[in-house]
Design a protein around this ligand. Structure first.
Ligand code: NAD
Length: 462
């Protein structure tokens, strides 16, 4: 069908309207001046949601998925423009992944016992209004993914997003409410405040109508939530090591590790943050990193300069988080071609660029004398976060030993880290990995209460 002038005008108007939304938070669905007002609105919406059938909830979720696909590029661009972190191409992929692979109502199941003494069910019921705190590293991805799961469980949600990503977060929250209204649901299935602060977060955490808080972020926020006196789901920091032993396909390991490490400029908490390689294959691994995977080998002097910039005054420099390898090297006066995507070097595990969760494509390689030494060093580098770890090995005894020792929510074997999110690997997607509190990869069922429903001496029809 040929495109008429009026159709072009309609499209231009739609894009202009979306750009307007992008630059101005006022008048958006689900956005309130006061936190108490936002919670009240989410409470009213939840009263409607809890009366809806599962089928109706799923209709809203289908509409949310459609809108995420349609807006993936806008959300990706907004996220990068607003936070300065990550890259648009990978963020587009992340949004499509959320739309396609976040579980909906199919995750809400019933367990039943039927026998001589009747019928007993365990059903997954909603908590009500959930409070959620979201990071600036995956702002809209987390909000969209959390809402699909929480709504599938019959809840509504109040977000206190990272202030550095408020426009992107508001855009995502508006989309969620548009989807609900279009599918016949209520407004305010997801809400927030215009200016999220620690104070609004505190109001939310202490509010009598918020029974559950899901915190996705660094150690500070998870500790704050777990000290709130409410039930908390704590999705905290990681520092995932990628262990490579002598039985691995070393060439493929190099490719997988760099692909995982550089995805969205290393922003995902699950991404490879350092390598631990056994001595006998460490040189070969470095060879493949440098010859086939667009890595740049930083000299000792360049490592020192990077440390000064990236960890200025011993603190993580936010201006470096989620920047590309080329930009990071530019900050220390090193010019490299556009294809360079990762900075590598060899160093001890105590090196500040190795031991710190940097969230940028800088990959230190720690040499281990043998497999046991590699496990010990990798466990040390994970800092007891119990978050994510990766291994490249064909020895199942080694893999098993590592898995038991490191005890993380995620362990990827022989692939890039993002396969743990269902991207090039089996399984569903989430952007909230409850490492600290043990729920692991959250989904709709995580956001429900188990309720036992017992009928004695009847309804068993066997
Ligand atoms: P951050 O900890 O700076 O902020 C996360 C959120 O917590 C923000 O909304 C922030 O405003 C809020 N916050 C921070 N301190 C708080 C406090 N004391 N009380 C209340 N709220 C507080 O993290 P970030 O830079 O946005 O994200 C990166 C960090 O998050 C990394 O450590 C990364 O590993 C982690 N992360 C974890 C997961 C996971 O699923 N486990 C997912 C994404 C990011």
């Amino acid at each position: 069908m040929p495109i008429s002038e009026s159709m072009v005008q309609d499209i231009v108007q739609e894009v202009m309207a979306k750009m307007q939304i992008a630059s101005d938070n006022s008048g958006k669905l689900g956005v309130f001046r006061e936190m108490n007002e936002a919670i009240e609105a989410a409470k009213t919406a939840q009263q409607t949601v809890r009366k809806m059938s599962m089928d109706q909830r799923e209709k809203i979720i289908t509409c949310i998925r459609k809108k995420i696909h349609e807006n993936a590029e806008i959300l990706a661009r907004m996220g990068v423009d607003e936070t300065g972190m990550g890259n648009v191409g990978d963020k587009i992929l992340k949004h499509h992944l959320v739309a396609d692979k976040t579980p909906g109502t199919e995750d809400i199941t019933t367990t039943a016992w039927s026998g001589d003494r009747g019928l007993t069910l365990i059903e997954m019921g909603p908590f009500g209004v959930i409070g959620a705190i979201t990071p600036c590293t995956n702002p809209s991805e987390t909000i969209l993914c959390n809402t699909i799961g929480m709504l599938a469980g019959g809840n509504t949600v109040v977000f206190n997003p990272h202030p550095a990503a408020i426009k992107t977060s508001v855009y995502a929250i508006n989309l969620l409410n548009e989807a609900s209204l279009e599918a016949g649901g209520p407004a305010n299935i997801a809400v927030t405040v215009e200016n999220p602060t620690l104070e609004t977060s505190n109001i939310m955490m202490k509010h009598k109508d918020i029974p559950l808080i899901a915190a996705t972020g660094g150690p500070g926020v998870v500790t704050a939530v777990l000290s709130s006196g409410k039930r908390g789901i704590g999705a905290g920091a990681g520092n995932p090591p990628a262990l490579v032993d002598e039985t691995a396909d070393i060439r493929k390991a190099a490719r997988d590790i760099v692909n995982g490490c550089t995805f969205d400029n290393n922003l995902p908490c699950i991404a490879e943050k350092e390598i631990v390689a056994v001595d006998s294959i460490a040189d070969e691994l470095m060879h493949w990193l440098l010859t086939e995977n667009d890595c740049y080998l930083a000299s000792k002097e360049e490592q020192d300069k990077l440390t000064e910039v990236v960890l200025a005054g011993g603190k993580l420099n936010r201006k470096c988080v989620g920047r590309s390898a080329k930009v990071l090297l530019g900050m220390i006066g090193v010019n490299v071609p556009d294809n360079i995507r990762c900075i590598v070097f060899e160093g001890p595990k105590e090196h500040p660029l190795i031991t710190t969760e940097l969230m940028m494509p800088i990959l230190g390689i720690v040499r281990a004398k043998d497999f046991d030494d590699a496990v010990e060093q990798a466990v040390w580098l994970e800092h007891g976060n119990r978050h994510s770890a990766h291994i490249h090995s064909k020895n199942i005894d080694n893999i098993t030993k590592y898995a038991k020792a490191i005890d993380t929510a995620i362990l990827v074997k022989n692939g890039p880290s993002y396969s743990a999110l269902g991207f090039g690997g089996e399984g569903y997607c989430t952007f909230t990995i409850a490492s600290r509190t043990g729920e692991g990869l959250t989904s709709a069922s995580t956001f429900t209460k188990r309720r036992r429903c017992v009928m004695t001496d009847s309804l068993c029809i066997r």
